[in-house]
Structure formats: C-alpha cells, structure tokens
Design a binder for this molecule. Sequence first.
Ligand code: C2E
Ligand code: MG
Ligand code: MG
Length: 603
Amino acid sequence: MQPLPRVSILVVDDRPENLLALEASLEPLDQVIVRATSGDEALRAVLETQFAVILMDVQMPGMDGFETSAILRQRERSRHIPIIFLSAYPEDTNRLQSYASGAVDYILKPFDPAALRSKVSVFVTLRQNELALEAAHADLERRVTERTAELAAANAALEHEIRERKLVEQRLIDQAYHDNLTGLANRALFLEHLTRAFARSRRRALPGFAVILLDLDRFKVINDSLGHLAGDTLLSETAGRLLSCLREVDTASRLGGDEFAILVDGVDALRDVTRLADRIQTCLTRSFTIEGKEVFTSASIGIAMMTDRYERPAELLRDADAAMYRAKEAGRARSQVFDQEMHTSVVEQVHLEADLSRAVERDELFLAYQPIFAMRDGRTSAFEALLRWRHPERGIVMPSVFVPIAEETGLIRPIGRWVLQTACKQLAAWKRPDLTMNVNVSAQQLHTELARDVATLLAETAVAPARLKLEITESAMISGGGTTDQLLATLRAQGVQLCLDDFGTGYSSLSRLHDLPVTTLKVDRSFVQRIGVSDERPEIIRSIITLAHHLGMDVTAEGVETAEQLEWLRKLECDHVQGFYFSQPLAAEQAASSLARETRLIT
Ligand code: C2E
Ligand code: MG
Ligand code: MG
C-alpha cells in the first residue's frame, strides 16, 4: 500500500496574524500549506496548484472572498475545489451569500482550531483519495499501454515470423517444382499441369491441349567442346527463348539434360501447334553468343495432340518422345507430329523391349562372323562378330533394330558381356593364333568394369589380348570424357586392340585423333561406297589412310562391294578390307569351314 500523498491547502487572508493562526491550527495535519494575502494572489496560486481545500477570508481589501470565489467557480480548473469561508460577521445573511458563491462551509471567527482542523481534514482525505485513485488509474492506464505495446511487439514479431516462414515454404515449393538452372518448371510440376489439363480435357472435349517435346541438336558437342558452363548458359538462354514464344497459359519445363517439354494449353487445331513449333525452331536457330563465341543450335521437336485415344497423361509424353526421335532420325532441326503409324511402332518397340529382356536367357542371340582380309597376303586376318537375334515370331532381327533398344534400356551391358564371351570362346575354338576377333562395343559398355570383364574373359579362354579388337564408334569414344579416356588407356595397357569404327561419320575432329589410343581406323562404308559412283578420285579415303599411317594406325575399309572399290583401296594402301564383295557375315560353322578351305579371297 502506497503512503498517502501530501496535499495542498490554500489559506487566503489579508492579515498576516490571521494567516499564522490558520497555519498553526492546520499544522498537525502535516500537509502543504500555501498562503495568499489577497483574492488576486489566491487566483494565481490556484493556477499553479490543485488544492484539496481553500480557506478564504471573506473581508479583504480589493477583491473580497465572495468575488474571488465566484471567479474560481467560473474556471474549469478550480470549479470543484471546496471553499470554506471565514468571517467575523454574523452568520445568517452572509452564510446564504457564501453558499450561493460556492462555499462548502462557513466558519465564524474566532474559530476553534480543533473544529477547523477536523473540517479541513475531511477535504484533505477526500483529496488524498482522489489523488490515490488518479494515481491508480494512471498506473492502470500505463500498464495497459505497456501491455498493449508488448502485445503489439509480440504480434509484430509473430507476423514477421509467419511471413518469413511463408517465404521459406514458398521457396521450398518453388525449388521442389522448378529446375534450378533455367527456372522453368521441372518434371514434377510439368506432370502435374499435364495431369490437370488431361483431366479437364477428358471431362469436356474442348478445348484440347498438346505436348511438345524438344531436344537440342548437337548439345553434347557444344557442351564437350566449350565446357559445361557454356552448356549451362546455352540451356538457360534456350529456356528464355522458349518462354518468349509461349503464352501465359502454357507450361515450359526442362525434363533434364537438354530435353524440354511444353504443355500447349487450350488449343484445338493441330495447325496451331505446328505453327508454334515452327516459331520455336526459328527462335532457337538464331545464333547464341556464349562466352563471346557464336554458337548455333537447332531442335528436334516431337508433338503429341490430346485425343480421346489417350487413357493416361504419361502416354502423351511417351508419344511426343517417339515423335521427337523420328524428328532426330529424319535429320534433326525439324518437328514431327505423332501419328497412328508411329503408334504401331511404339507398341512394337514396347513388345520388343519386353522380348529382348528375355532373349539372353532363352538363348535367342547368336553371332555371325564376317571375315576381314589382309591386303598384304589376301588371307583372312580377322572376323568381326555381328550380333543377331532369332526372335520366336519375327525371325532374324538385325542389330540396327534391337541394339538401340538394348542401349536405351541398359540391356546392352549383359548382352555385350555375352557377345564378348561368345566371340572369345569362338576364337579360342578355331585354334588359329594368327586370327583376330573384332567385337563391337557400345558407349554404354564403356565403364571401368569392361576392362575387368575383358581381362577375366581373356584369362578364361586363354586368348592373347592382342587378338581381341574392340570396335568403338567415334562418338562413343569421345562422349564419356575422362573416365572413357582412362578406360581406353587401361584396355590398351592390357594389350587389347582398339578400332575406331565408322570413322568419318561422327563429329570428332581429326585433331583429336592423335589423342586416342587407337590401333585401327575403320573407314565408314559410306566413303567406300562412293568409290566408283562418280568419277571423282577417292581423296577423302586417301587422306584418312595417309593420316592414320602417320599416326601409326592401320586402316580397315568396311562395306567393300565391288572389284573397283577393292582396286582403289589397294592403290591407296589400305591394310584390311571387309565387305559383301568377299563374304556376308557367316554362321560360326560356315566361318570355320571357310577357314579350313583357307581360300584366299583376294588374289
Ligand atoms: P558396324 O560395326 O559398322 O558393322 C558393319 C555392318 O555393315 C554390319 O551390319 C555388316 O553386316 C554390314 N556390312 C558388312 N559388309 C557390308 C557391305 O559390303 N555392304 C553393306 N551395305 N553392309 C555391309 P549389321 O550386322 O547389321 O550391324 C549393324 C551395326 O550394328 C554394326 O555396325 C554395329 O554398329 C552394330 N552391332 C552389330 N553387332 C553388335 C554387337 O555385338 N554389339 C554392339 N554394341 N553393336 C553391334
Ligand atoms: Mg563394327
Ligand atoms: Mg562400321
């Protein structure tokens, strides 16, 4: 409990002895006593202090007590201050006048100090209570204000935190749904939009939508030659150009690598979609400037239009993909719409995939062996093992049909192992130490384990490493980067021979040739078959052979079909030849009997 506050009492009298007497009688109350000797002074004092009570002499020169009181009553500030009049005059008339001017009491002089004190003390207590109440009120108010401020601060902090969290949450959602590099939608978001468009389109036929799948041509080459940073720049600039071709309602996304998908929403006419595809193509064929270099690219585009034939959204993506592959096959930089004929071939592909996965265990694969002849003595110097598939319903399926499927599905690894094993066993069985076996190897097989597999196999079959020649295409040799380089070096160190297959068809430059640990260069049959077609002399083959010899490699020409081609190749000092002119690929037994006859096919 707070001690009671001291309050002020104003005593007004023109005579000092009266003031002293008043003060003396009030002193025991222990309050602040302010004195005034005139009405004027009293008014001034009231302006400064809020009094508990005023003791006012009635008879004063100048303004008397009643007049002073009347003014005090008019002022807002002093209107309610209790006034006790003191007077030596007989009560009756004056008392009425004093009450009219606002007095609360009227005391006759000479007064009884104790009675005066007791009257005054009532007003002191009143004022004290009033002050205490005011203080309590002020305190309450202050505390309310403080608490309100605290709450407001807490509220602000909370709101700030909520905002932050929402931002973080949004960022996480964005990240989960967007491709970091390009800022486009990622596969997940694309599929979500696709699913939504699909559901909507199934509910009511129109408007329809289409899926465009797009793959940058030559991206790998650009990425490999200019570096990954340049590749990344190209991808994000491609994203920007794509967006500039699309409307707000369309969704552009990067599915991975250099593959983009676009959901073209609200279109009914295929023509609108193909026009858009053309626009995109035009947009992408404009040169890009990357790291100060001009870079050119184009896109292979596949289009699938929503029809009621589709039962699941993913089928549209699958078909757009098939169409895109067609576009690539047809020579890139073009778009292709998925049609019924492709549908059949997609279904077929799916069946072939399933069948192929069982082909090894069902023993449906076999090898054909095509002899390779040494120009020097006309003898068979090697066989190239060529894979065949005896399909239970389709008959013999050629590698050009199923090897790409095996590569796509990863089946090429077990199949490739089987090929290597079968070819090496066959070579051992022929018991002809002068023969070499050429085995084709796909890019996907170029993993470190290949070196181990080969070593084990050679040890098992007791075939000298130099008698195995792996045929690898240019693009496969170059695409893998460092790990492939290392693998090739390891294989060479093991003594295995390496042949660059289909030379001249890839992108690789002649300048990289001397870096590759290659023992043989196989000139692609497209060059061989140009010999004799026109009168031009086979200058390309001549340069290839000369260059290869300079680099210490020997040269095999594949696809030799005519005597004229053979003659030219002899003149150009080609080391080995292979082709239908000499022999088709043979079954193992036929190959054995041709060896036994030891016919020299070249004279
Ligand atoms: P490649 O390695 O360039 O094989 C040569 C292809 O040319 C063989 O086709 C062969 O039959 C054919 N050929 C041979 N002489 C002539 C000729 O005088 N004229 C013409 N027009 N063609 C000729 P095949 O057997 O259909 O093989 C095609 C491709 O499949 C091969 O091309 C090779 O890349 C791939 N392949 C074959 N077997 C395997 C294998 O075991 N593993 C892998 N990864 N790929 C294989
Ligand atoms: Mg080959
Ligand atoms: Mg070849």
